[in-house]
Write a protein that binds this ligand. Structure first.
Ligand SMILES: Cc1ncc(COP(=O)(O)O)c(C=O)c1O
Length: 497
């Protein structure tokens, strides 16, 4: 939100009333004023060396006491953002230069047979410990961002309304009203599909697994972006598949030249990508590149399993189309869920497996029989009754805001040479430090201070990225969160000294 704060501003532009449905801000007044000024610095409206309103003027403009303004300015001074100049006033000390983006990653020469360590499970256990000061581990909306009351109400209402039906097995394809809603939303992003070509699943990870198990055989090689979501690596390992890590740009995804070369040199059975706001790099593949990716994979006869769980979490006005929207030869198996946009505990996911639909449906049936009906009913009602888009707008705003705040603090407090990703959607940052940095050591020392992060090696089939870590930013901004990022910066700095 660009809020102009400078000498000469009229009071009206300084006051923003909450939008309908938006919660009233709860932060103390001085913090809200400090935030307005920070917002203006972040948006480049106030630049380094520029004078900000005098204390007296700000107190008139904001309609607050001089003590409140002084407290706000003191906080900005503490954060190194403004400075008091004797007899002159307060000035912007430094503009928030953004840390550079991480470097392009490299391909692996050979496809790795996976023998993952216990690290992932240890990390996941740690993330679910009670009493964390800040949880930058879990990549899903924090409970504060989940519309709990509404979901509770819909769950009760739908179970009552459908009575015995809500407790019966669903049809093998999944609940029809949910598939209708998914097909409707797919149309909005350029995917024309019949509800009967959708199979509901127990989340996106289950969808990816069902698709991969259908189109590969043990021992096959699967091309993936690197770094990649650790849950995918777990799936590959359990299906006895080999992972071929392909060079990836942190801003626009897998390198198509490197993928082309990998597909020439190796017999690849499938490619799995998360092209729209990937985990962990956050990149979004440009639309034109998605078209070229489809052509390339088609030419090599390699199917794509597209993981689109973060696609709806765009920070721009319209969400980018999935790769599936460019698929004319039925070569893309799209997988998604409501885990990142509504609530992960619902376990509502789906796949559009194209010509593999029957095989995927059968595998779903013989591996788990069915997925729970009540949560599918509630999810269908949520999508149908129009609350989803409003909820999404609020969630996207919260994610964009929190991501920008965390990124600002990382830029300010992490050692020189730190690189940070710049996603335009999703909820996570990828932080890369100089080669000698050890993210596992940071993980342990942060853990001792009740701060959770995701260390880089869990995102690689070959435990690369020891100097990197991922921070999920889907947590509401609080002083504890800010202090936790500052603490991480200090711990990282101590390690590199
Ligand atoms: C890229 C990606 N795919 C799939 C999942 C799992 O999604 P679900 O909870 O719907 O199974 C995650 C969760 O972090 C993810 O990041």
């Amino acid at each position: 939100m660009a809020t102009l704060v400078s000498e000469g501003s009229s009071p009206e532009v300084l006051t923003r009333t909450p939008e309908p449905g938006e919660d009233a801000p709860l932060a103390p007044l001085y913090e809200r004023i400090a935030d307005r000024i920070l917002g203006s610095i972040r948006d480049g409206i106030l630049v380094a060396g520029q004078r900000i309103p005098s204390v007296r003027r700000a107190s008139e403009q904001f309609g607050v006491s001089i003590t409140t303004v002084l407290e706000a300015y003191r906080r900005l001074e503490d954060r190194g953002l403004i400075e008091a100049r004797p007899q002159s006033g307060y000035y912007v000390r430094r503009t928030l230069d953004r840390a550079p983006a991480p470097a392009r990653t490299a391909s692996n020469e050979t496809a790795a047979e996976l023998t993952l360590s216990d690290l992932v499970m240890r990390v996941i256990h740690d993330w679910s410990q009670p009493g964390l000061m800040a949880n930058f581990g879990v990549a899903a909306p924090s409970p504060a961002l989940v519309p709990t009351t509404r979901i509770d109400r819909l769950l009760c209402r739908e179970v009552r309304r459908h009575s015995v039906g809500s407790l019966a097995y669903e049809r093998p394809l999944g609940l029809e009203q949910l598939r209708v809603q998914i097909a409707r939303r797919a149309l909005d992003v350029g995917v024309t599909i019949s509800p009967d070509d959708i199979v509901t699943t127990c989340g996106a990870q289950n969808a990816v697994r069902l698709c991969l198990e259908t189109i590969t055989r043990p021992g096959d090689t699967v091309a993936i972006e690197t770094p990649t979501y650790f849950g995918l690596l777990e799936v590959l390992e359990s299906l006895h598949l080999r992972a071929l890590e392909v060079a990836t740009f942190p801003e626009h995804g897998i390198c198509l030249d490197a993928l082309d070369e990998a597909l020439r040199r190796h017999r690849v059975a499938a490619c799995v990508l998360c092209p729209t706001f990937a985990n962990p790099l956050g990149h979004c593949m440009p639309t034109e590149k998605k078209g070229r990716l489809v052509d390339l994979l088609e030419r090599h006869g390699v199917p794509l399993v597209e993981d689109d769980v973060y696609g709806d979490l765009t920070f721009d006005a319209h969400r980018p189309p999935p790769v599936k929207a460019f698929d004319r030869t039925d070569n893309v198996l799209l997988c998604s869920s409501l885990s990142k946009t509504l609530a992960p505990g619902l376990r509502v996911g789906w796949t559009m497996p194209g010509r593999h639909r029957r095989a995927v449906e059968r595998l779903k049936f013989n591996s788990m029989l069915a997925v729970p009906t009540p949560t599918q009913l509630a999810a269908a009602a949520f999508l149908e009754e129009g609350g989803y888009d409003r909820h999404l707008r609020r969630l996207r705003r919260a994610c964009a805001d929190q991501l920008a705040r965390v990124s600002d603090v990382v830029t300010r407090v992490f050692p020189l040479g730190t690189r940070v990703s710049r996603p335009r959607g999703g909820c996570m940052l990828w932080v890369e430090l100089p080669e000698e940095f050890d993210a596992l050591q940071l993980y342990e020392s942060a853990r001792a201070e009740r701060i959770a992060i995701a260390p880089g090696p869990i995102f690689s089939a070959t435990e690369r990225y020891r100097n990197c870590f991922r921070m999920s930013c889907a947590v509401p901004w609080t002083q504890d969160v800010e202090r936790a990022v500052e603490r991480l910066g200090k711990l990282a700095g101590d390690q590199l000294r």
